[in-house]
Design a protein around this ligand. Structure first.
Ligand code: DAH
Length: 342
């Protein structure tokens, strides 16, 4: 082989030893194989100085060198690219064997759970939902419910007044009036919502939740109320639970009752929860006072009704065994997780 060609071949072999990246291979290759300006390309220009009888052998030699260089550097390029790909894979590797970070899962608040449960039970008995306003007039919250201005029963509820006329409702009973004003019997509604009273201790909060129930139709009596409540306590506190009615007083019901259920903790034998009595007070109720029906334009010769009011926080406290209402409002995730049914 022409000495010049041999020298270039050795130059390529030596130069290739120190190549470190596909980019360097590319630059190096260009130096020798870039068309007519690369070192091998330039060899062809030498043809005119080669004696005629050697021209054929020289041309063949240049072509062979070119073929060899293409293969030789092509292989190096391939290896370099494979190595580079490998190190990119290494750098981008994700260790899927690491334990995943635990994701906190949200739950419904115990108040919502209890509210939904009560709604489910009564919806199954054909009750519809009505949600009244939280800001009420004195008329809806008190007067229409047979509690006029100077009535002593007003002292039963410490009211937040917004003005002489407007107040934050103290009871969902106000919703009864809205419903009866709009609709003639038969009426069968459930009215959940927030109520407000200036009251604050371990078992009372200035804002709490009530669930009002109202049924008005022909021939409704206290027996209907008790029959329905019997079903309710069995569903919410367990099959063996019974009810007991005690006389009480509410201006909007006559007669009025306080409803107890047999203690679901001890079954009625007496324990800490029922304070040894075997009974737990769960709600207020009664036969709707005729004056209330008349205030809403309902004919009391034809219709009668019963109503009840359940405290949701109280129900949740009994159900989950909590003795401080504040635990339901502090949103402490450790407490809420313990109260979840899941
Ligand atoms: N509104 C009463 C309260 O907040 C609860 C109540 C008692 C509602 C008797 C009623 C009822 O509908 O008939 O203390």
């Amino acid at each position: 082989m022409n000495a010049n060609l041999e020298q270039i071949k050795q130059e390529i072999i030596a130069g290739a030893e120190v190549l470190n990246s596909s980019k360097e291979v590319y630059e190096f290759k260009k130096k020798f194989l870039d068309g007519k300006t690369g070192k091998i390309g330039l060899l062809m220009k030498e043809m005119k100085n080669i004696p005629n009888e050697e021209k054929a052998a020289y041309g063949k030699g240049v072509n062979e060198l070119k073929e060899w260089a293409l293969t030789f550097l092509g292989e190096i390029d391939e290896k370099m690219k494979a190595k580079e790909l490998q190190s990119r894979y290494e750098a981008e590797k994700i260790d899927i064997s690491l334990p995943a970070e635990e994701m906190a899962e949200g739950n419904l608040h115990p108040i919502t759970l209890v509210k939904n449960e009560i709604i489910d039970i009564f919806a199954g008995m054909g009750f519809e939902i009505f949600e009244g306003p939280e800001i009420e007039t004195d008329y809806y919250n008190f007067t229409a419910l047979n509690t006029p201005q100077d009535h002593p029963a007003r002292d039963m509820q410490d009211t937040f007044y917004l003005s002489p006329e407007f107040l934050l409702r103290t009871q969902t009973s106000a919703g009864q009036i809205h419903v009866m004003e709009k609709k003639q019997p038969p009426i069968k509604i459930l009215s959940p919502g927030k109520v407000f009273r200036s009251d604050d201790d371990a078992t009372h909060s200035p804002m709490f939740t009530q669930m009002e129930g109202l049924v008005v139709d022909k021939g409704i009596t206290l027996c209907d109320l008790q029959g329905m409540l019997d079903e309710f306590v069995k569903k919410i506190y367990g099959e063996g639970t019974k009810t007991r009615l005690r006389p009480s007083y509410f201006p909007f019901t006559e007669p009025s009752v306080e409803v107890d259920c047999s203690c679901f903790e001890c079954g009625g034998t007496g324990c800490k929860l029922c304070k040894g009595t075997g009974w737990i007070e769960i709600l207020g109720a009664g036969v709707v006072n005729n004056k209330v029906l008349q205030n809403c334009g309902i004919d009391t010769d034809v219709y009668s009704g019963f109503a009840f009011g359940i405290g949701i926080e109280r129900t949740a406290m009994l159900k989950y065994g909590i003795n401080n209402i504040k635990l339901l409002f502090e949103s402490d995730i450790k407490v809420l997780n313990q109260l979840n049914d899941k």
